[in-house]
Design a protein around this ligand. Structure first.
Ligand code: ADP
Length: 153
């Protein structure tokens, strides 16, 4: 039996070292991981979709098992389309846990898709796209928090 396929959904605004670490650690578990860049979260993003996509592609270019796709709609519908049986998510803290658990239960009920949670690496537990955006907005350097290919000019 071949290994399952996973979707790692998010807004990646921008992609961070925290995201990278989750994908890197999940790689041995899956035949393929699709990074699902969501287009319809109702969130106003700091960076345009094309830029977020470009950064994701640069970040994961050396991982043959990883493919970046953008999508609109429910994650479970993307999973069905891509034959993915798992959603991959990272957990930083108990706030993430409470929120993610509800979404995971909903996805299980409506899409019969299971969610695999990986705890954030200890050195990344404080890293979030939200904080990175806040730093960018205030002209602070974010080099330590984003993958090397991500150049925020
Ligand atoms: P969303 O808007 O769907 O939360 P994000 O791009 O913020 O999308 O996050 C995508 C996934 O990456 C989520 O599961 C989130 O918990 C996880 N994640 C984000 N930052 C980290 C981090 N520093 N460590 C571990 N997981 C993380």
């Amino acid at each position: 039996m071949s290994a399952p396929i996973a979707v790692f959904p998010g807004s990646f605004d921008p992609v961070t070292v925290g995201h990278f670490s989750i994908v890197e650690r999940a790689l041995p578990l899956f035949e393929r991981i699709y990074i699902g860049l969501g287009r319809n979260t109702g969130k106003k993003s700091m960076f345009p979709l094309e830029k977020r996509m470009e950064w994701l592609e640069v970040t994961f270019k050396d991982m043959a098992q990883v493919e970046v796709v953008s999508f609109e709609g429910l994650t479970v519908d993307l999973c069905r389309k891509l034959h993915a049986t798992f959603i991959l998510r990272g957990l930083r803290n108990s706030t993430d846990h409470g929120y993610e658990r509800s979404i995971a239960l909903m996805n299980m009920q409506i899409g019969k898709v299971d969610t695999l949670f990986l705890p954030s690496a200890p050195e990344h537990a404080h890293v979030s796209s939200t904080i990175v955006r806040e730093m960018i907005a205030n002209n602070a350097s974010v080099e330590a928090f984003v993958p090397p290919g991500v150049r925020i000019a």
